[in-house]
Design a protein. Structure first.
Length: 159
C-alpha cells in the first residue's frame, strides 16, 4: 500500500490527533450503536487521543489500515479517504478541548451528534466541512495552534 501518509514517521509519544477524511459521494452507513447515519460528500474532521501502548504511531497505524470496526470512526473510515493527520505530542489529554475548538470554527458543523463522544460531554468528536476553502481555514487554525500536519492539508505542510 503506497499511502503518502505512510512515508511519514509518526512518533510513538502519547498525544491528541485529528483525522481529515473525505467522501466524494453521500454515504449512509450503520455506525455501531448510533445506528444508520447519512454523511454528505465533503471533508470530515475527527478528534481522538492516543494514550495506549505505542502512542500515536500505533493508533494512527490502526486508522491507516483499520483491521476491525471498533470505534465510531472506523465505520466512516471504511468508506472514506484519509487525507491528512494533525497531531500534537504534548502528552496532554486535549481531545475534548480540541473538539470544542472545532465546534466553534465557522467552516465546521456537527452533523452526527454523539459520534465519537460516547465517553465525554462533547456534542461529537466529528465535524463536517463542506468546502475546500473552509478546510483551508481550519488547517490554518490548526497550524497556528502549533499542531503537526501530514498529508494533503491544502497548505504548505512541514516535512
Ligand atoms: Zn469530548
Amino acid at each position: 500500500m503506497n499511502h503518502p501518509i505512510l512515508n511519514f514517521s509518526i512518533p510513538r509519544t502519547k498525544g491528541t490527533y485529528i483525522l481529515v477524511l473525505s467522501l466524494t459521494e453521500r454515504q449512509t452507513i450503520a455506525v455501531g450503536k448510533l445506528g444508520s447515519l447519512t454523511f454528505p460528500p465533503g471533508n470530515y474532521l475527527y478528534v481522538g487521543s492516543a494514550f495506549g501502548a505505542g502512542g500515536l504511531a500505533a493508533r494512527l497505524r490502526h486508522h491507516l489500515k483499520p483491521s476491525k470496526l471498533h470505534w465510531h470512526i472506523d465505520y466512516l473510515r471504511a468508506v472514506a479517504q484519509l487525507e491528512a493527520i494533525w497531531f500534537s505530542e504534548d502528552g496532554q489529554r486535549s481531545e475534548c478541548q480540541w473538539s470544542t475548538i472545532l465546534y466553534n470554527l465557522p467552516p465546521l458543523s456537527c452533523l452526527q451528534r454523539g459520534f465519537g463522544s460516547s465517553d465525554c460531554n462533547c456534542v461529537a468528536h466529528l465535524y463536517y466541512c463542506a468546502t475546500e476553502e473552509g478546510l483551508a481555514v481550519v488547517n490554518q487554525t490548526l497550524q497556528q495552534m502549533g499542531m503537526n500536519g501530514v498529508g494533503r492539508l491544502g497548505i504548505s505542510s512541514p516535512d
